[in-house]
Design a binder for this molecule. Structure first.
Ligand code: KDG
Ligand code: MG
Length: 402
């Protein structure tokens, strides 16, 4: 059996997605997500110019060997572009293997560990009242876990605050738009938000919050401590994770659970945080962390330290990634939660899929492979549009973390 052809499909049904399609000489094909938000075309080039020529003629059944070939063979290891490209190949090959075996990917991995995958949705609003309403809306939709973000008085365009009720899309301009940040105002505001949410709805639902790399370790410690009465499921990206020692300081001060890893791309990014038990949830995901083959290694390492998975699942992770992630989540023994931001109806049409949401849980479906396809004719109607994530500056003009 051989890989006969492979091509990259770029489409923008509301936002940009990069999809790799691998076709075999036996008529079976597989697809994988290669979307890297705001840097999409660099992965397209990596795949078209450097990966696809190597793939032609390879045996698609040898998933592990192809993974090692692309990782070790490049000499230049790791990094989001390389690892997203490898992830796309890996996901497409697991899709092919599943279709050949007539099995969903969770069965190839060892079978389901759970019936449904608990997901969290995004509630956000311009102020506390709007966010509290949005949380109520998600509760009405059946969500068991909800991430809450709110506009902060005095801050222009705080992270996580969308324009519509359900579709938050931060990559919103052909060049990065400017947002202004002030951590003090944020720290004063967020505990009030969670106090109000708990006062309104009680403690039945899981609440999550994303700090989006904006705090210093001691500021993160202060916030974690201030949020303890709200009993968060997690506080995410409390401080940038390049210096992983920083998390020791946060840990010394608060019992609020911590989640990190959406921008990690290999097990080496995760290793110290996991081995030192500095986090509770690892957020690496299929598309940015080398596909199912590599994510499995990360999850297994985390399991030894009782750390659970909580994979990234924002709208820039395509339905192909979501499908693969749900198969992974259905299997992985140390599953914690899966992020789920609904895609636009146009995106859902371009990527017909088997997964579904029901009462706070997602179900991967039992189609062979990952159960997601791409309607190429429809995809062609939505050409690529440059779109960048915003940048952030402090009020005095200093460049900051978005
Ligand atoms: O591409 C960047 C987004 O996916 C990210 O900003 C979303 O932080 C995010 C999250 O937790 O979903
Ligand atoms: Mg995040």
């Amino acid at each position: 059996m051989k890989i006969q052809s492979a091509r990259v499909i770029v489409t923008c049904p509301g936002r940009n997605f990069v999809t790799l399609k691998i076709e075999t000489d036996q008529g079976v094909f597989g697809i994988g997500d290669a979307t890297l938000n705001g840097r999409e075309l660099s992965v397209v080039s990596y795949l078209e110019d450097h990966v696809i020529p190597c793939l032609i003629g390879m045996d698609p059944r040898r998933i592990e060997d192809i993974w090692q070939y692309l990782y070790r063979g490049a000499y230049w290891r790791r990094g989001p572009v390389t690892m997203s490209a490898i992830a796309a190949v890996d996901t497409a090959l697991w899709d092919i293997k599943g279709k050949m075996a007539g099995m969903p990917i969770y069965d190839l991995l060892g079978g389901k560990s759970r019936d449904g995958v608990m997901v969290y949705g995004h509630a956000n609003g311009a102020d506390i009242a709007e966010t509290v309403d949005a949380v109520g809306h998600y509760i009405d939709l059946g969500y068991k876990a909800i991430r809450a973000q709110s506009g902060v008085p005095g801050i222009k365009d705080a992270y996580g605050v969308g324009r519509g009720k359900l579709f938050y899309e931060p990559a919103d301009a052909a060049l990065p738009s400017l947002t202004i940040w002030d951590t003090k105002k944020y720290l004063d505001h967020i505990p009030k938000l969670f106090e109000k949410i708990r006062d309104t709805y009680g403690f039945e639902h899981h609440l999550l919050h994303d700090g989006h790399h904006r705090m210093t370790p001691i500021e993160a410690a202060q916030l974690g401590k201030a949020l303890e009465p709200a009993k968060l499921f997690w506080l995410e990206d409390a401080t940038p994770a390049e210096n992983q020692e920083a998390f020791k300081l946060i840990r010394q001060h608060t019992t609020t659970p911590l989640a990190v890893g959406e921008i990690f791309n290999t097990i080496w990014d995760c290793k110290d945080l996991i081995q030192n038990q500095l986090i509770d949830y690892i957020r690496a995901t299929v598309v940015h962390a080398g596909g199912i083959t590599h994510l499995r290694r990360i999850a297994d390492l985390a399991a030894i330290y009782q750390i659970k998975t909580g994979s990234h699942g924002a709208t820039d992770l395509s339905p192909v990634c979501m499908g693969a992630a749900l198969h992974f989540d259905s299997w992985v023994p140390n599953f914690g939660i899966q992020e789920y931001m609904r895609h636009t109806p146009e995106t859902d049409e371009v990527f017909p899929h088997n997964y579904r949401f029901e009462q706070g849980y997602m179900y991967a479906g039992d189609a062979p492979g990952h159960g997601v396809d791409i309607d190429e004719k429809l995809a062609a109607k939505y050409p690529y549009q440059p779109a960048y994530l915003p940048v952030a500056r402090l009020e005095d003009g200093t460049m900051f973390n978005w």
